[in-house]
Design a protein around this ligand. Structure first.
Ligand SMILES: Cc1ncc(COP(=O)(O)O)c(C=O)c1O
Length: 413
């Protein structure tokens, strides 16, 4: 049992040996140091994304949360305005809304884990300036209805594609349907370079304002760039050595000594801003992202194949499988069960670390709930789903027989 391969849902899920080698060159080959912060890769990445999405403007930044804040500011959304967001989301999305000065208004979700249209209609007021559509776990939201509502009521539509890079809805790429979209290249996202994001839009005026804001942001500082590069080595080695305990020690020490950064900092969990972000995107991370983008097709097909294995083989009536919309590319395959902790523990005994996104209506569970303007009971389905969710990995490091090992545990639960 001890030597059974560990399977991870999080923990730098997209990381491959070649990504680590690429990262190492920026750490250990001095002639690459001058390209850590600035360089050509940012422009190459932005052009790549312009072509991929077929949009007029792409502006990179340190993360999707920063892209959202900039997008709201560039749209003149702030104090006195309301921004609609779904329950079953992440604290950093709420922080960006609050840092803009606007108030988050929570809408419940439907069975697809996305905005529930009747509840959305109920919660729009004359203060509503934007609706953030989160294509949760890569499952497209009902863009037809949402777009119509936004057009009728003159509300900005912001697509949060943090989970849905390259996903299509009725033949259109998500991210190109609303007024603007944010992309995330964070460590657990569809493709990753540990920390990065972008704002994309066809609206030139909005793009100009966003670019002006981003141009004035500081460069990412070298300490955080090095932390992000170290993330590649620490997680690659840590995961390999996990089964002999050494991996756990490496990961824990790296966290404690700040050798690696955090996905969400403690201050962010309390709704506070952190002083080293927002910042521009780091050139070396843009370069590392391009390595993954080269393999985007393979990575995407893989997620679909693994999800299909779960759909075809999970047959335990204590489990509800996700309602996947056409075109969906599950970033994580979210199942519902009465006792997620028991399932997670059972899997852990088999060296399988299942995912715990979003176990709070605003996740993670240890955030300061007093600071997020959420009224308990206002999104009952989101609350219920948060209590029952467990996510299964679909990443490139999970092969078909790994997926069957996961299915076996779930069917035995
Ligand atoms: C739905 C959603 N949107 C946005 C973000 C922010 O992405 P980033 O880590 O790039 O800021 C996250 C997660 O962190 C998320 O889950």
């Amino acid at each position: 049992m001890i030597f059974k391969k560990y399977l991870f849902t999080g923990f730098a899920p997209n990381l491959r040996f070649k990504d680590m080698l690429y990262a190492m060159k920026y750490l250990f080959l001095p002639w690459f140091y001058k390209r850590l912060v600035n360089g050509k890769s940012i422009k190459v990445l932005e052009n790549w994304l312009v072509n991929f999405f077929g949009v007029k403007n792409v502006i990179t930044i340190d993360s999707a949360r920063s892209a959202l804040l900039v997008g709201l500011r560039a749209s003149n959304i702030g104090v006195g305005d309301e921004v609609i967001v779904q329950g079953f989301t992440c604290i950093v999305v709420i922080n960006a809304i609050k840092q803009s000065g606007a108030k988050p208004i929570y809408v419940d979700i439907d069975q697809t884990l996305n905005l529930d249209i009747p509840d959305l209609n109920k919660k729009i007021t004359n203060k509503t300036k934007a609706i953030i559509v989160q294509h949760t776990f890569g499952n497209p939201a009902n863009m037809g209805d949402i777009l119509e509502i936004c057009n009728q009521k003159n509300i900005k539509l912001i697509e949060d594609c943090a989970h849905a890079f390259g996903v299509e809805y009725e033949g259109k790429k998500l991210g190109t349907i609303g007024d603007m979209a944010i992309l995330s290249f964070g460590s657990d996202k569809c493709i990753s370079c540990v920390r990065g994001g972008a704002l994309i839009t066809n609206n030139d005026e909005l793009a100009k304002k966003a670019k002006d804001i981003i141009d004035k942001l500081p460069n990412p500082d070298k300490i955080h760039i090095v932390q992000n590069l170290m993330h590649y080595i620490v997680f690659f080695k840590g995961k390999i050595l996990y089964s002999i305990f050494l991996g756990k020690i490496i990961l824990a020490i790296s966290k404690k000594l700040h050798i690696t950064g955090r996905v969400i900092y403690d201050a962010e969990k309390k709704g506070q801003a952190i002083n080293f972000y927002p910042a521009k995107m780091a050139n070396c991370l843009a370069d590392l992202l391009l390595v993954q983008l080269n393999d985007l097709d393979t990575i995407t097909k893989h997620r679909k194949t693994i999800s299909q294995i779960y759909t075809d083989n999970i047959n335990n009536n204590k489990i509800i499988k996700p309602l996947l919309i056409d075109g969906s590319i599950p970033l994580r395959y979210n199942i519902l069960t009465k006792d997620p902790d028991r399932l997670i523990d059972m899997a852990k005994k088999q060296n399988i670390i299942l995912g715990n996104w979003y176990r709070g209506v605003v996740a993670p569970l240890d955030i300061d709930m007093t600071n997020i303007d959420y009224v308990l009971g206002s999104c009952p389905i989101a609350e219920d789903f948060a209590n029952r969710s467990v996510n299964l990995p679909t990443n490139i490091n999970i092969n078909k027989s790994d997926a069957m090992r996961i299915v076996e545990v779930i069917n035995q639960y």
